[in-house]
Design a protein around this ligand. Structure first.
Ligand SMILES: [Fe+2]
Length: 341
């Protein structure tokens, strides 16, 4: 039988795969993925949850295909209309597709420039390392990110850190200590990030479904069974009541020092894959065991437009039976006071 697709390694040490197809036809790609889902998913998880598919330009005219492809990775694709998101940030016809762009109506500013010349990947030279929506319980499993318009390849890259390998590289006694700790994650716009606390910004009053959420610092992946580190950028952790439960709070407390140490450890060059975007690239990342960030780009000269879906439904045993923390139960407005979401 004719070979319809192949899977190759993407980065060093078996981190990531590249999925390639003999046909460039979008319908063929979807059919092949569906027919071979078991094999593709097992290779994806064996490669620690990172996958690249190039040449997905066909999705631009058929955005529903991105949602269909997302369903391979889990039962539920987030509908951004039903959750915490303002309409200007999601696709006109597909409410499951989030729009990330410096163009209107999103107007997202570009990420800050690295503190050194050239591409430095390691925190704190590179900032904004995060796992998507970690301020929710349960957090999403998988993110699919499609490049629609890109700046030059040496700008606006996406960096991905392999926190499974980072966890395995810790001393056993350090890992054992971390297994007993929980981080407190909060959205960047509620006055609890490092920057907000430094500037003395007001801490927003939050409704119950908007409150910061706790996650184990060491998470066990529900599919691979491997442990990984789960801490986020300083924009996405709570520096008022945390960032680590039961450790000294605040900007320079024991919790903050631990988070910085773990971020620097996890984002060492040897754990990081750097993706230079081409239009039509689809990058799929597992939020349960990876961190990612975007690098600076010249937003005055270039557009960067990405379509994103997030898949949820299998966060692991720590979340068994939990209701979604971000869905209000009392009829309160989901967006109340959170216009930046
Ligand atoms: Fe992200």
């Amino acid at each position: 039988m004719k070979q319809t697709y192949c899977i190759n390694e993407l980065a060093q040490d078996g981190f990531g795969i590249r999925l390639e197809f003999a046909s460039g036809d979008l319908e063929d790609v979807l059919a092949i993925c569906s027919a071979n889902a078991d094999v593709i998913l097992s290779r994806f998880y064996a490669a620690r949850g990172l996958m690249l598919i190039e040449g997905m330009h066909g999705v631009f005219k058929h955005p529903r295909a991105l949602v269909e492809l997302s369903r391979l990775f889990g039962s539920e694709v987030e509908n951004y209309h039903q959750t915490l998101t303002s309409p200007r940030f999601f696709h006109d016809s597909e409410e499951e597709i989030l729009i990330l762009s410096n163009e209107p109506p999103c107007n997202h500013p570009p990420p800050p420039r690295s503190h050194d010349d050239g591409l430095k990947v390691q925190f704190p030279h590179q900032v904004n390392w995060h796992s998507d929506q970690s301020y929710r319980r349960p957090p999403p499993d998988i993110t699919l990110l499609l490049a629609v318009r890109t700046p030059p390849p040496d700008q606006g890259q996406t960096l991905v850190a392999d926190c499974t390998s980072a966890c395995a590289a810790l001393k056993p006694e350090t890992r054992e200590r971390l297994r007993h700790l929980n981080g407190i994650h909060a959205p960047s716009w509620v006055g609890r990030s490092r920057e907000a606390v430094e500037k003395g910004e007001p801490i927003l009053d939050l409704l119950p479904h908007q409150l910061p959420q706790r996650h184990p610092i060491v998470r066990r992946h529900p599919v691979s069974g491997e442990e990984s580190l789960f801490v986020c950028e300083e924009k996405q952790m709570d520096f008022v009541d945390g960032p680590v439960v039961e450790l000294e709070t605040g900007l320079d407390g024991e919790g903050a020092r631990l988070i910085r140490e773990l971020l620097a450890h996890s984002t060492q060059e040897k754990f990081v894959y750097s993706h230079q975007w081409q239009v039509g690239d689809l990058l799929i990342t597992d939020n349960r065991n990876l961190l990612h960030c975007a690098t600076w780009y010249d937003a005055d000269s270039y557009s960067r437009l990405m379509w994103r879906t997030t898949v949820l439904g299998n966060p692991g045993h720590e979340y068994a039976g939990e209701k979604k923390s971000w869905i209000p139960e009392d009829g309160s407005k989901i967006m109340a006071g959170m216009d930046h979401a």
